[in-house]
Design a protein around this ligand. Structure first.
Ligand code: 5GP
Ligand code: MN
Length: 342
């Protein structure tokens, strides 16, 4: 049995055998972090388990159409002593490093639980006792595979969470991580009765006005390297304040930089309140941006990665651009083969 198969089987055994779970996903959550969390949490509950679901930043407004979103807790300090005492298993979802759990990472340091780490980021640092790390479109897709391994029914509301995870992480089935399996799994979810047009309307067509105004401001900052292969956008704290946007409204804006003809790497630099610059990297087909992000303490996927770097906007921009330029000059070609379509 391959290691991955073994880890999947162990994950299933734990879900079947244990009773008290804490499920966690990463800071600054996206559709996969929230969708996989809710899908596995609700499934475990329906199997009679006690489950606490938590995310250090809570559920963004965008994902509040999902079932049980209001049961996701965010404040680690509010975890009661008796809840902590009853816990047997911590399952982390979509979370490549322990630090990506924010405050909740403290709980990993206690040795009284089994930590089951389920993720599709190949940069995952394997901080659990059981680490099921497998390349898939999304962690949601891995949860779907786990539920079928368990033989647990995927009810419509759980299908909605899984479909949201897959749609958001594949950019609506556009990105390189979309495979035959992804479509097959998504088809199974549609059979459970969800309405794909309605889901994508919730995700992409119910933006607050401020998010669209933020996009306008961000696009005005567009810069392109002299050779046309790197494009970057910048969002400062004051940009957010001027239009009244929230941090989560920034999601997706980096793609505009990458979508320009000839651009190989698109980057978004975003100031945060904590003297940290959030950097989002997207690559068209050749550069493995997760390697670049890892050099700055971050991670992700070959075509989509990120890091948070301490320092001023100017300095971080200069350092990351130098890293990207070096990768392009070295002709780094990792992560996957050249796109068959380019
Ligand atoms: P985004 O740019 O949309 O925030 O993230 C792109 C991808 O990189 C996602 O899969 C996300 O989980 C990962 N990522 C973003 N920021 C970080 C980071 O600071 N550390 C790690 N390990 N991964 C990150
Ligand atoms: Mn993901």
């Amino acid at each position: 049995m391959g290691r991955m198969q073994g880890e999947k089987k162990r994950a299933a055994e734990i879900c079947r055998a244990k009773k008290n779970f804490l499920l966690l996903s990463h800071v600054d959550p996206d559709g996969d972090a929230i969708g996989s969390l809710l899908a596995l949490g609700l499934s475990l509950r329906r199997a009679g388990k006690k489950v606490i679901m938590a995310n250090p930043d809570g559920v963004p407004l965008l994902y509040r159409f999902l079932p049980a979103w209001d049961e996701v807790r965010c404040d680690y300090g509010e975890l009661l002593a008796r809840e902590l005492a009853a816990l047997e298993v911590i399952i982390t979802l979509d979370t490549a490093t322990g630090e990506r759990l924010g405050d909740w990472s403290r709980i990993l340091k206690k040795d009284s639980f089994v930590v089951l780490n389920i993720d599709h980021h190949l940069t995952n640092t394997r901080y659990g006792q059981i680490n099921w790390i497998e390349a898939a479109s999304s962690t949601g897709e891995l949860v779907q595979v786990l539920l079928s391994e368990l033989g647990w029914e995927i009810e419509t509301d759980i299908a909605l969470c899984l479909y949201t995870a897959i749609v958001t992480d594949t950019g609506s089935f556009r990105f390189e991580n979309t495979t035959c399996d992804t479509h097959r799994n998504a088809a199974l979810l549609l059979q459970k009765g969800i309405n794909p047009a309605q889901v994508t309307e919730y995700i992409y067509e119910t933006k607050p006005e401020a998010a669209v105004r933020l996009l306008g401001r961000a696009l005005e900052t567009l810069r392109i390297s002299p050779d046309g292969r790197v494009a970057w956008l910048t969002i400062t704290n004051s940009t957010l304040a001027v239009v009244g946007a929230r941090g989560e409204d920034v999601n997706g804006i980096v793609n505009y930089a990458k979508e320009i003809a000839g651009v190989e790497v698109g980057i978004l630099f975003q100031e945060t309140r904590e003297d940290l610059i959030k950097v989002s990297l997207r690559s068209r087909s050749r550069i493995n941006v997760s390697e670049i992000a890892q050099r700055f303490g971050g991670g992700g996927h070959p075509r989509a990665a990120g890091c948070r770097v301490r320092g001023s906007l100017d300095r971080v921009r200069e350092e990351v651009l130098a890293g990207v330029t070096a990768a392009l000059a070295g002709g780094e070609n990792t992560g996957a083969g050249d796109s068959q379509y380019s």
